[in-house]
Design a protein around this ligand. Structure first.
Ligand SMILES: [Zn+2]
Length: 294
């Protein structure tokens, strides 16, 4: 009898602790989805980014839910979704945090490592830096080189649309670029640990962050993560990191150029993103498009 009561009390306490420790809501955003270059994300056979992000997301959801975190996913199937829609969805489910999952690839195939992108503003930046450091700590323990928690500014605030749109909703967000799919040592790590290993690393980092002071005050609403919008930003002279007309445009016909722009239109900064790519890489995309594969 006593033992039963004790067991029951322990069970109730466990459930209570699990719920009270993680009273917040985390939205997992599997990057990309749907057809086209934007939909697929990075492609390096046999890897396609949109499938990898969904696989990590599903396993991450299970791990977080098992730890007592309330979890939602922006997409659960291979479907396109704008960055605006993802941020609006996070807001609609009362997210305290949005974690967007991605994989990298580079034109010359010479880049390596993991990195986290964060907002540059206020407590959104504090959350990004702290959570991002924990994520990179876990990923580098798997053998990936940590390239740090980074911020990038555009002329409307944060450069990356997912982060900009989320912080405009008052939802802190990070983008995790797990590794480069086209770099041998990164692929070796991915092949060794699988998407389950990456999901476990992300889950450990998120739970670690939520257990800490900033995570707790984020979940209980005492951390000020007011919306950050272009209108709320302090005035700057000139523009910070604004996209400049790309010199790459001269290498393509106007039709080709407008197709390329359309592929990144969802980001709100297509030209800025295209500027980071090589002519050869863009030509490759056009060839795939011409062959009906994109
Ligand atoms: Zn991506």
């Amino acid at each position: 009898m006593k033992k039963t009561v004790l067991t029951l009390m322990m069970l109730i306490m466990t459930v209570f602790l699990a719920q009270s420790a993680f009273a917040g809501v985390v939205v997992i955003d599997p990057g990309h989805g749907g057809i086209g270059t934007e939909g697929s994300g990075a492609i390096y056979a046999p890897y396609v980014e949109k499938a990898l992000t969904l696989s990590v997301a599903e396993q991450l959801r299970t791990e977080l839910a098992n730890a007592g975190v309330t979890v939602y996913m922006t997409r659960e199937v291979d479907t396109p979704m704008s960055l605006d829609q993802r941020a609006a969805y996070a807001k609609s489910v009362g997210a305290n945090l949005m974690v967007s999952l991605h994989f990298n690839a580079s034109g010359p195939h010479d880049k390596t490592g993991c990195e986290v992108w964060s907002s540059a503003f206020g407590n959104h930046a504090v959350v990004g830096r702290q959570l991002g450091s924990q994520v990179l700590g876990q990923l580098s323990a798997l053998g990936l080189e940590s390239k740090g928690v980074k911020v990038k500014l555009g002329d409307r605030g944060d450069f990356y649309g997912l982060i900009r749109n989320s912080v405009a909703q008052g939802v802190p967000a990070i983008i995790i670029e797990h590794c480069f799919l086209d770099y041998p040592t990164d692929r070796a790590v991915l092949e060794r640990v699988g998407t389950a290993g990456l999901a476990h690393a992300d889950a450990t980092a998120i739970i670690g962050f939520l257990s800490g002071g900033t995570g707790q005050s984020l979940m209980n609403g005492t951390l000020d993560v007011s919306p950050v919008t272009a209108a709320s930003l302090p005035a700057v002279s000139g523009t910070v990191g604004a996209a400049t007309p790309s010199p790459l445009a001269a290498s393509f016909t106007p039709q080709e150029w407008s197709w390329l722009l359309s592929q990144w239109a969802y980001t709100g900064n297509a030209e800025g993103i295209i500027n980071t790519k090589s002519v050869a890489e863009l030509r490759q995309l056009l060839d795939l498009h011409a062959a009906g594969k994109l």
